[in-house]
Design a protein around this ligand. Structure first.
Ligand code: PLP
Length: 348
Protein backbone atom coordinates (compact mmCIF):
# COMPACT_ATOMS: atom_id res chain seq x y z
CA UNK A 1 0.00 0.00 0.00
CA UNK A 2 1.31 3.47 -0.84
CA UNK A 3 2.03 5.37 2.35
CA UNK A 4 0.39 8.53 1.06
CA UNK A 5 -2.91 6.65 0.70
CA UNK A 6 -3.11 5.53 4.33
CA UNK A 7 -5.15 8.58 5.40
CA UNK A 8 -7.38 8.60 2.28
CA UNK A 9 -11.00 7.72 3.02
CA UNK A 10 -12.69 5.75 0.22
CA UNK A 11 -15.45 7.80 -1.42
CA UNK A 12 -18.82 7.28 0.25
CA UNK A 13 -22.21 8.69 -0.58
CA UNK A 14 -24.30 6.88 2.03
CA UNK A 15 -27.02 4.92 0.24
CA UNK A 16 -30.15 3.64 2.03
CA UNK A 17 -33.25 2.06 0.58
CA UNK A 18 -35.77 4.90 0.27
CA UNK A 19 -38.85 5.66 -1.80
CA UNK A 20 -37.69 9.21 -2.55
CA UNK A 21 -33.97 9.24 -3.40
CA UNK A 22 -32.98 12.89 -3.27
CA UNK A 23 -29.35 12.42 -2.25
CA UNK A 24 -27.12 12.08 -5.34
CA UNK A 25 -28.24 14.84 -7.71
CA UNK A 26 -29.43 12.47 -10.43
CA UNK A 27 -32.13 13.46 -12.89
CA UNK A 28 -35.58 12.32 -11.73
CA UNK A 29 -36.59 11.76 -15.36
CA UNK A 30 -35.99 8.30 -16.80
CA UNK A 31 -34.85 8.35 -20.45
CA UNK A 32 -37.79 8.75 -22.87
CA UNK A 33 -39.29 5.86 -24.84
CA UNK A 34 -38.06 7.49 -28.08
CA UNK A 35 -34.50 7.66 -26.70
CA UNK A 36 -34.63 4.01 -25.57
CA UNK A 37 -35.92 2.90 -28.97
CA UNK A 38 -33.10 4.71 -30.79
CA UNK A 39 -30.58 3.36 -28.29
CA UNK A 40 -31.83 -0.21 -28.77
CA UNK A 41 -31.50 0.16 -32.54
CA UNK A 42 -27.99 1.65 -32.26
CA UNK A 43 -26.76 -1.01 -29.84
CA UNK A 44 -28.16 -3.83 -31.99
CA UNK A 45 -25.87 -2.62 -34.77
CA UNK A 46 -22.73 -2.76 -32.62
CA UNK A 47 -20.10 -5.45 -33.07
CA UNK A 48 -19.53 -6.20 -29.43
CA UNK A 49 -17.03 -8.96 -30.22
CA UNK A 50 -14.71 -6.18 -31.44
CA UNK A 51 -12.97 -3.48 -29.39
CA UNK A 52 -14.66 -0.10 -29.64
CA UNK A 53 -13.27 2.89 -31.51
CA UNK A 54 -10.49 3.88 -29.09
CA UNK A 55 -10.87 7.56 -29.99
CA UNK A 56 -14.69 7.52 -29.87
CA UNK A 57 -14.62 9.61 -33.04
CA UNK A 58 -18.38 9.62 -33.69
CA UNK A 59 -19.18 10.71 -30.12
CA UNK A 60 -16.39 13.29 -30.05
CA UNK A 61 -17.63 14.74 -33.34
CA UNK A 62 -21.23 14.82 -32.10
CA UNK A 63 -20.16 16.65 -28.91
CA UNK A 64 -18.01 19.04 -30.96
CA UNK A 65 -21.03 19.89 -33.15
CA UNK A 66 -23.28 20.30 -30.12
CA UNK A 67 -20.78 22.55 -28.31
CA UNK A 68 -19.50 24.30 -31.45
CA UNK A 69 -15.92 23.53 -30.40
CA UNK A 70 -13.25 21.75 -32.51
CA UNK A 71 -13.19 17.95 -32.03
CA UNK A 72 -9.43 18.14 -31.37
CA UNK A 73 -10.33 19.98 -28.14
CA UNK A 74 -12.90 17.40 -26.96
CA UNK A 75 -12.11 14.37 -24.75
CA UNK A 76 -14.62 11.76 -23.60
CA UNK A 77 -14.44 9.26 -20.73
CA UNK A 78 -16.46 7.24 -18.22
CA UNK A 79 -18.18 10.12 -16.46
CA UNK A 80 -16.57 13.42 -15.60
CA UNK A 81 -14.87 11.70 -12.67
CA UNK A 82 -12.71 9.81 -15.14
CA UNK A 83 -12.15 13.04 -17.06
CA UNK A 84 -10.78 14.56 -13.83
CA UNK A 85 -8.66 11.46 -13.25
CA UNK A 86 -7.17 11.72 -16.76
CA UNK A 87 -6.42 15.41 -16.20
CA UNK A 88 -4.69 14.73 -12.90
CA UNK A 89 -2.73 11.78 -14.27
CA UNK A 90 -1.41 13.91 -17.12
CA UNK A 91 -0.98 17.28 -15.40
CA UNK A 92 -0.76 16.41 -11.68
CA UNK A 93 1.32 13.80 -9.92
CA UNK A 94 4.30 13.79 -7.55
CA UNK A 95 5.86 17.19 -6.81
CA UNK A 96 2.85 18.94 -8.33
CA UNK A 97 0.01 20.83 -6.63
CA UNK A 98 -3.74 21.23 -7.16
CA UNK A 99 -5.76 23.92 -5.38
CA UNK A 100 -9.38 23.26 -4.42
CA UNK A 101 -11.97 25.62 -2.92
CA UNK A 102 -13.87 24.04 -0.02
CA UNK A 103 -16.50 23.02 0.64
CA UNK A 104 -16.79 21.46 -2.78
CA UNK A 105 -17.25 18.12 -4.53
CA UNK A 106 -15.09 15.70 -2.55
CA UNK A 107 -13.53 14.16 -5.67
CA UNK A 108 -11.82 17.49 -6.36
CA UNK A 109 -9.39 16.65 -3.59
CA UNK A 110 -9.63 12.85 -3.69
CA UNK A 111 -8.57 12.52 -7.34
CA UNK A 112 -5.46 14.69 -6.87
CA UNK A 113 -4.60 12.66 -3.76
CA UNK A 114 -4.89 9.28 -5.46
CA UNK A 115 -2.69 10.51 -8.29
CA UNK A 116 -0.01 11.55 -5.80
CA UNK A 117 -0.69 15.26 -6.33
CA UNK A 118 -0.31 17.61 -3.37
CA UNK A 119 -3.64 19.23 -2.49
CA UNK A 120 -3.92 22.77 -1.17
CA UNK A 121 -7.46 23.38 0.11
CA UNK A 122 -8.70 26.93 0.49
CA UNK A 123 -11.96 27.82 2.21
CA UNK A 124 -14.59 29.69 0.21
CA UNK A 125 -15.83 33.07 1.45
CA UNK A 126 -19.02 33.81 3.44
CA UNK A 127 -21.18 33.50 0.30
CA UNK A 128 -19.46 30.23 -0.63
CA UNK A 129 -17.72 31.92 -3.58
CA UNK A 130 -13.99 31.56 -4.24
CA UNK A 131 -12.10 34.02 -2.03
CA UNK A 132 -10.23 35.70 -4.88
CA UNK A 133 -7.61 37.54 -2.81
CA UNK A 134 -6.65 34.38 -0.96
CA UNK A 135 -6.70 32.37 -4.20
CA UNK A 136 -4.41 34.79 -6.03
CA UNK A 137 -2.05 34.89 -3.06
CA UNK A 138 -1.89 31.10 -2.92
CA UNK A 139 -1.35 30.81 -6.67
CA UNK A 140 1.51 33.28 -6.49
CA UNK A 141 3.11 31.54 -3.50
CA UNK A 142 2.60 27.93 -4.54
CA UNK A 143 2.43 28.00 -8.35
CA UNK A 144 -0.11 25.16 -8.63
CA UNK A 145 -0.15 23.14 -11.84
CA UNK A 146 -3.93 22.74 -11.48
CA UNK A 147 -6.68 24.95 -10.04
CA UNK A 148 -10.00 23.15 -9.55
CA UNK A 149 -13.20 25.23 -9.54
CA UNK A 150 -16.72 23.82 -9.45
CA UNK A 151 -19.46 26.09 -10.82
CA UNK A 152 -22.27 25.73 -9.96
CA UNK A 153 -20.55 24.34 -6.93
CA UNK A 154 -21.53 21.04 -5.34
CA UNK A 155 -22.86 21.02 -2.58
CA UNK A 156 -23.71 24.73 -2.32
CA UNK A 157 -25.22 25.38 -5.77
CA UNK A 158 -23.36 28.69 -5.98
CA UNK A 159 -22.39 29.91 -9.45
CA UNK A 160 -18.94 31.51 -9.61
CA UNK A 161 -19.16 35.04 -11.11
CA UNK A 162 -17.71 35.21 -14.62
CA UNK A 163 -15.39 38.03 -13.49
CA UNK A 164 -13.84 35.72 -10.87
CA UNK A 165 -13.27 33.00 -13.45
CA UNK A 166 -11.47 35.57 -15.60
CA UNK A 167 -9.21 36.61 -12.71
CA UNK A 168 -8.42 32.97 -11.88
CA UNK A 169 -7.63 32.28 -15.54
CA UNK A 170 -5.36 35.27 -15.66
CA UNK A 171 -3.51 34.33 -12.47
CA UNK A 172 -3.39 30.53 -12.69
CA UNK A 173 0.13 29.45 -13.64
CA UNK A 174 -1.19 26.14 -14.99
CA UNK A 175 -4.60 24.70 -15.89
CA UNK A 176 -7.89 26.05 -14.56
CA UNK A 177 -10.25 23.07 -14.47
CA UNK A 178 -13.81 24.33 -14.34
CA UNK A 179 -16.26 21.58 -13.40
CA UNK A 180 -19.58 22.49 -15.02
CA UNK A 181 -21.42 19.27 -14.15
CA UNK A 182 -24.53 21.28 -13.18
CA UNK A 183 -24.35 24.12 -15.70
CA UNK A 184 -27.52 23.09 -17.58
CA UNK A 185 -29.60 24.02 -14.54
CA UNK A 186 -28.09 27.51 -14.38
CA UNK A 187 -29.53 29.16 -17.51
CA UNK A 188 -28.01 29.80 -20.91
CA UNK A 189 -25.68 32.66 -19.90
CA UNK A 190 -24.04 30.86 -16.99
CA UNK A 191 -21.30 28.83 -18.67
CA UNK A 192 -17.72 30.03 -19.03
CA UNK A 193 -17.81 28.45 -22.51
CA UNK A 194 -17.18 31.90 -24.08
CA UNK A 195 -13.73 31.98 -22.40
CA UNK A 196 -12.60 28.74 -24.01
CA UNK A 197 -10.13 30.43 -26.36
CA UNK A 198 -7.78 30.76 -23.35
CA UNK A 199 -5.12 28.08 -23.52
CA UNK A 200 -5.30 27.15 -19.84
CA UNK A 201 -9.08 26.73 -19.46
CA UNK A 202 -10.55 23.22 -19.24
CA UNK A 203 -14.31 22.84 -18.89
CA UNK A 204 -15.64 19.46 -17.75
CA UNK A 205 -19.20 18.30 -18.31
CA UNK A 206 -21.25 15.18 -17.71
CA UNK A 207 -24.24 13.29 -19.11
CA UNK A 208 -25.03 12.17 -15.52
CA UNK A 209 -27.11 15.15 -14.39
CA UNK A 210 -29.23 17.21 -16.80
CA UNK A 211 -28.98 14.53 -19.50
CA UNK A 212 -30.41 11.89 -17.17
CA UNK A 213 -27.77 9.26 -17.96
CA UNK A 214 -25.87 8.73 -14.70
CA UNK A 215 -25.97 4.98 -15.32
CA UNK A 216 -24.29 5.25 -18.72
CA UNK A 217 -21.11 6.88 -17.32
CA UNK A 218 -20.23 9.50 -19.95
CA UNK A 219 -18.40 12.75 -19.36
CA UNK A 220 -16.34 15.06 -21.54
CA UNK A 221 -14.08 18.06 -21.51
CA UNK A 222 -13.66 21.06 -23.75
CA UNK A 223 -10.18 22.59 -23.87
CA UNK A 224 -7.30 23.65 -26.03
CA UNK A 225 -6.25 20.71 -28.28
CA UNK A 226 -2.85 20.63 -26.52
CA UNK A 227 -4.63 19.50 -23.31
CA UNK A 228 -6.25 16.61 -25.17
CA UNK A 229 -2.87 15.60 -26.60
CA UNK A 230 -1.52 15.40 -23.04
CA UNK A 231 -4.39 13.24 -21.84
CA UNK A 232 -4.03 10.77 -24.71
CA UNK A 233 -0.79 9.63 -23.02
CA UNK A 234 -2.44 8.47 -19.78
CA UNK A 235 -5.70 6.88 -20.84
CA UNK A 236 -6.09 3.12 -21.04
CA UNK A 237 -6.74 1.59 -24.46
CA UNK A 238 -10.46 1.42 -25.34
CA UNK A 239 -11.39 3.17 -22.11
CA UNK A 240 -14.90 4.12 -23.20
CA UNK A 241 -17.08 1.14 -24.14
CA UNK A 242 -18.96 0.95 -27.41
CA UNK A 243 -22.18 0.97 -25.35
CA UNK A 244 -21.21 4.21 -23.63
CA UNK A 245 -20.21 5.78 -26.91
CA UNK A 246 -23.54 5.09 -28.64
CA UNK A 247 -25.49 6.14 -25.53
CA UNK A 248 -23.84 9.54 -25.76
CA UNK A 249 -24.42 9.82 -29.49
CA UNK A 250 -28.11 8.95 -29.16
CA UNK A 251 -28.50 11.32 -26.19
CA UNK A 252 -27.24 14.20 -28.33
CA UNK A 253 -29.91 13.40 -30.91
CA UNK A 254 -32.46 13.98 -28.14
CA UNK A 255 -30.87 17.14 -26.74
CA UNK A 256 -34.12 19.13 -26.80
CA UNK A 257 -35.80 16.72 -24.35
CA UNK A 258 -32.85 16.92 -21.94
CA UNK A 259 -32.88 20.71 -22.00
CA UNK A 260 -36.63 20.77 -21.27
CA UNK A 261 -36.17 18.34 -18.37
CA UNK A 262 -33.38 20.53 -16.96
CA UNK A 263 -35.67 23.58 -17.10
CA UNK A 264 -38.42 21.67 -15.29
CA UNK A 265 -36.00 20.54 -12.58
CA UNK A 266 -34.68 24.10 -12.17
CA UNK A 267 -38.27 25.32 -11.70
CA UNK A 268 -38.87 22.68 -9.03
CA UNK A 269 -35.56 23.60 -7.33
CA UNK A 270 -36.77 27.20 -7.01
CA UNK A 271 -40.15 26.08 -5.67
CA UNK A 272 -38.52 23.85 -3.04
CA UNK A 273 -36.17 26.66 -1.99
CA UNK A 274 -39.06 29.09 -1.51
CA UNK A 275 -41.01 26.51 0.52
CA UNK A 276 -38.00 25.81 2.75
CA UNK A 277 -37.56 29.54 3.32
CA UNK A 278 -41.25 29.78 4.21
CA UNK A 279 -40.53 27.19 6.94
CA UNK A 280 -37.99 29.63 8.35
CA UNK A 281 -34.91 27.76 7.08
CA UNK A 282 -31.79 29.29 5.58
CA UNK A 283 -31.16 28.10 2.01
CA UNK A 284 -28.12 28.84 -0.13
CA UNK A 285 -29.12 30.37 -3.52
CA UNK A 286 -28.69 27.47 -5.95
CA UNK A 287 -28.03 27.35 -9.70
CA UNK A 288 -27.85 23.55 -9.71
CA UNK A 289 -30.42 20.75 -9.29
CA UNK A 290 -30.14 20.68 -5.50
CA UNK A 291 -30.45 22.95 -2.50
CA UNK A 292 -28.21 23.22 0.53
CA UNK A 293 -30.19 24.25 3.60
CA UNK A 294 -29.52 24.60 7.30
CA UNK A 295 -31.26 22.93 10.21
CA UNK A 296 -30.44 22.90 13.90
CA UNK A 297 -29.85 19.18 14.23
CA UNK A 298 -28.97 17.63 10.83
CA UNK A 299 -28.64 14.00 12.06
CA UNK A 300 -32.11 14.13 13.67
CA UNK A 301 -33.73 15.70 10.60
CA UNK A 302 -31.88 13.32 8.25
CA UNK A 303 -33.09 10.26 10.22
CA UNK A 304 -36.66 11.56 10.56
CA UNK A 305 -36.83 12.19 6.80
CA UNK A 306 -35.51 8.69 6.10
CA UNK A 307 -38.20 7.22 8.37
CA UNK A 308 -40.67 8.95 6.04
CA UNK A 309 -39.00 7.44 2.97
CA UNK A 310 -37.03 10.55 1.96
CA UNK A 311 -33.25 10.24 1.55
CA UNK A 312 -31.22 13.47 1.46
CA UNK A 313 -27.47 14.11 1.81
CA UNK A 314 -25.83 14.79 5.17
CA UNK A 315 -22.27 16.03 5.74
CA UNK A 316 -20.75 14.57 8.88
CA UNK A 317 -17.56 16.35 9.84
CA UNK A 318 -17.30 18.58 6.76
CA UNK A 319 -16.16 22.11 7.64
CA UNK A 320 -18.81 24.82 7.06
CA UNK A 321 -21.49 22.15 6.48
CA UNK A 322 -22.00 21.06 10.09
CA UNK A 323 -25.60 22.35 10.06
CA UNK A 324 -26.40 21.56 6.45
CA UNK A 325 -28.41 19.03 4.50
CA UNK A 326 -28.62 18.88 0.71
CA UNK A 327 -31.73 17.86 -1.18
CA UNK A 328 -31.84 17.07 -4.89
CA UNK A 329 -34.80 18.51 -6.83
CA UNK A 330 -36.89 15.57 -7.97
CA UNK A 331 -40.25 15.14 -9.67
CA UNK A 332 -42.97 17.45 -8.32
CA UNK A 333 -44.42 14.55 -6.29
CA UNK A 334 -40.98 13.68 -4.83
CA UNK A 335 -40.52 17.29 -3.81
CA UNK A 336 -43.99 17.42 -2.27
CA UNK A 337 -43.15 14.31 -0.23
CA UNK A 338 -39.92 15.96 0.93
CA UNK A 339 -41.62 19.25 1.81
CA UNK A 340 -44.52 17.58 3.66
CA UNK A 341 -42.04 15.46 5.60
CA UNK A 342 -39.90 18.49 6.42
CA UNK A 343 -42.95 20.35 7.76
CA UNK A 344 -43.79 17.37 10.00
CA UNK A 345 -40.21 16.93 11.20
CA UNK A 346 -39.82 20.60 12.09
CA UNK A 347 -43.13 20.47 14.00
CA UNK A 348 -41.93 17.58 16.17
C1 PLP B 1 -19.43 18.62 -9.33
C2 PLP B 1 -19.45 17.23 -9.84
N1 PLP B 1 -18.58 16.90 -10.80
C3 PLP B 1 -18.54 15.66 -11.29
C4 PLP B 1 -19.41 14.69 -10.83
C5 PLP B 1 -19.25 13.30 -11.35
O1 PLP B 1 -20.11 13.04 -12.33
P1 PLP B 1 -19.95 11.81 -13.31
O2 PLP B 1 -21.14 10.97 -13.06
O3 PLP B 1 -19.94 12.45 -14.67
O4 PLP B 1 -18.67 11.10 -13.03
C6 PLP B 1 -20.34 14.98 -9.85
C7 PLP B 1 -21.26 13.96 -9.34
O5 PLP B 1 -21.99 14.09 -8.42
C8 PLP B 1 -20.35 16.29 -9.33
O6 PLP B 1 -21.20 16.64 -8.35
Amino acid sequence: MREDLLDVEPYVSPQRPARYRLNTNESPYAPSAAFLEDLARATSELQLNRYPDKDAVALVNAIARHEEWPPEGVWVANGSNEILLHLLLAYGGPKRTAITFEPTYSLHSLIPKITGTRVLSQMRDEEFEVDLDAAVRAMTEVGPEIVMVCSPNNPTGVLEPQASIEVLLEEAPGLLVLDEAYIDFAGSEASARALLGRRNLVITRTFSKAWGLAGARIGYLLADPSVVEGIARVRLPYHLSALGQVAGEVALQHAGKAAAAARAVAGERDRVAIELQAMGLKTIPSHANFILFEVEDPPRVWRALLERGVLVRIYAGVARLERSLRVTAGLPEDNDAFLDSMAEVLDE
